[in-house]
Design a protein around this ligand. Structure first.
Ligand code: CAP
Ligand code: MG
Ligand code: MG
Length: 477
């Protein structure tokens, strides 16, 4: 396995020296040469194989046989994103990219359910899966929560998720929330004639409780109509892989709350959005949040976020330092070469082209989940301050329609409420699809017109003033 770290040493320590420290601490060594090493243990030392002095980059290779044998992502990160962040000689230690050899890929689960399966269930192939997060983030009763789900679904939305801290709170007991969601989903499906999906947060204090929540959801909801959301950073990688392995037939939604402590560009210590996303695919997440490329409310930028999105969606994609082919079969295999070529043709058409190529379903080997010794794709889940007005711009930025977008504030703050807010999102997509400017399309789509008027006025500044009034005033203090 290959890695590249941005390393900036303190004082006059050389880049070579600090790179050796990091290689030692992330493999077999410590800060002292121990007399207990053996020829075998030396055989699995990590190796610094390249240094780039201009950019302060150190390339470190790991014999992947040193990792826990049962396809354990947590173990790899304990090596390469563990103690190294505490090594005192480094001022900066950022893991920027990682490369998995084909033989290593075959040891890991990868996703079982993919966005293609959700598209089959929703019968939705030629647009992003339109989703929301129920807001307020927390505090609604189970029935109030379900009503907002209903309002969203009857507005034409596909997918609703629990917000990342929703669990089994006193005001919204877990089982009551699930039953209420099922009832609201049935009503919305009757009214609209369309299937709907809900992503339930199963993160919990312990694995038994987590599995119990997941089992309960499975006992109430129709197969295909639910996903399991795991707070992958705060609940952890073992929680992610436990759900992946216990429920191979359920869409695994990796929420990355807390990732900013590792990934923000201004953080000197941590890892990139790309690294997080690649490990989520290796671990088997069906979808992970990859950021709005700076278009929404969260820090992030196009290079990082879009690179991450492409690396989890495609069979082969360029990273920050490595080209990763997500095939357990070596690239020398002609079938793989043909599949990579087909994918490149597909992606060269951009989002409009990809949309047009699949309006009646998925028919290419790359677009349909396959057991053909590939690590299946992971869907980018795009959230964070998006609203209908920003959707067309984001689609053109990411260059595909193959993602789930979840807008919370961007739907439930619409002046005419959730259902109209959802209609505005659907209309914004239709405007993009027909290549009509939003303002033009809004002339005969009042819900979108209202959204444009509102979100143009209620950018982040207004948002801050509103939040201050609620969350930070004398009374609150
Ligand atoms: C978005 C969100 C998401 C974050 C995740 C929130 O709500 O539900 O959890 O955006 O960020 O709680 O803020 P809004 P990311 O749609 O109301 O912003 O996707 O970057 O991990
Ligand atoms: Mg130790
Ligand atoms: Mg959230």
């Amino acid at each position: 396995m290959l890695t590249v770290f941005k390393l900036v040493p303190y004082g006059d320590i050389s880049l070579e020296d600090v790179a050796s420290e990091i290689a030692a601490e992330s493999s077999t060594g410590s800060n002292l040469k121990v007399g207990t090493m053996t020829p075998y243990s030396q055989g699995i030392d990590a190796r610094v194989y390249k240094i780039d002095k201009e950019k302060n980059l150190a390339y470190i290779a790991y014999p992947w046989s040193m990792f826990d044998r049962v396809g354990n992502v947590q173990n790899i990160l304990t090596f390469i994103a563990g103690n190294v962040f505490g090594v005192s000689e480094v001022k900066e230690c950022k893991l920027l990219d990682v490369w998995f050899p084909p033989q290593m890929l075959s040891q890991y689960d990868g996703p079982s359910v993919t966005l293609d399966d959700m598209r089959d269930y929703l019968q939705n192939y030629d647009r992003p899966v339109l989703g929301t997060i129920i807001k307020p983030k927390i505090g609604l009763t189970s029935t109030e929560y379900a009503e907002v789900c209903y309002d969203y679904w009857v507005g034409g939305g596909d997918f609703v998720k629990n917000d990342e801290p929703q669990a089994d709170q006193v005001f919204s007991p877990y089982e009551k929330m699930v039953v209420s969601v099922r009832e609201a989903m049935d009503r919305a499906e009757d009214v609209t004639g369309h299937t709907k999906v809900h992503s339930f947060n199963v993160s919990a204090a312990d694995f038994d409780t987590m599995l119990k929540r997941a089992e309960y959801v499975a006992s109430v909801m129709k197969p295909g109509s639910y996903a399991f959301l795991v707070d992958g950073i705060t609940a952890g990688w073992t929680a992610v892989q436990t759900i992946r392995r216990h429920f191979p037939n359920v869409f695994l939604h990796f929420h990355r709350a807390g990732h900013g402590a590792f990934t923000r560009r201004e953080n000197p210590i941590g890892y990139s959005v790309l690294v997080l996303s690649k490990f989520a695919r290796l671990a088997g997440a069906s979808g992970i949040h990859t950021g709005t490329a700076g278009i929404g409310k969260m820090a992030g930028d196009a290079v990082e976020d879009i690179t991450a999105a492409q690396n989890i969606l495609r069979l082969r994609a360029k990273g920050i330092a490595f080209d990763q082919t997500w095939s357990e079969i070596p690239e020398t295999d002609l079938d793989i070469q043909a599949a990579i070529k087909k994918e490149e043709e597909l992606w060269s058409q951009g989002a409009q082209g990809i949309m047009k190529s699949r309006s009646d379903g998925l028919d290419t080997v790359l677009e349909r989940k396959t057991s053909w010794r590939l690590i299946n794709k992971t869907a980018p889940i795009i959230s964070g301050g998006l609203n209908p007005v920003l959707l067309p711009q984001f689609i053109d930025t990411i260059g595909t329609i193959d993602f789930i977008t979840t807008m919370g504030g961007g739907v439930h703050s619409h002046p005419d409420g959730t259902t109209k807010g959802t209609m505005a999102v659907v209309q914004a997509f239709e405007a993009w699809k027909n290549e009509i400017p939003l303002a033009e399309y809004a002339k005969d789509h009042p819900e979108l017109a209202k959204a444009i008027e509102y979100y143009d006025k209620h950018g982040t500044q207004a948002h801050r003033a509103e939040n201050k009034a609620v969350y930070n005033n004398e009374e609150a203090v």
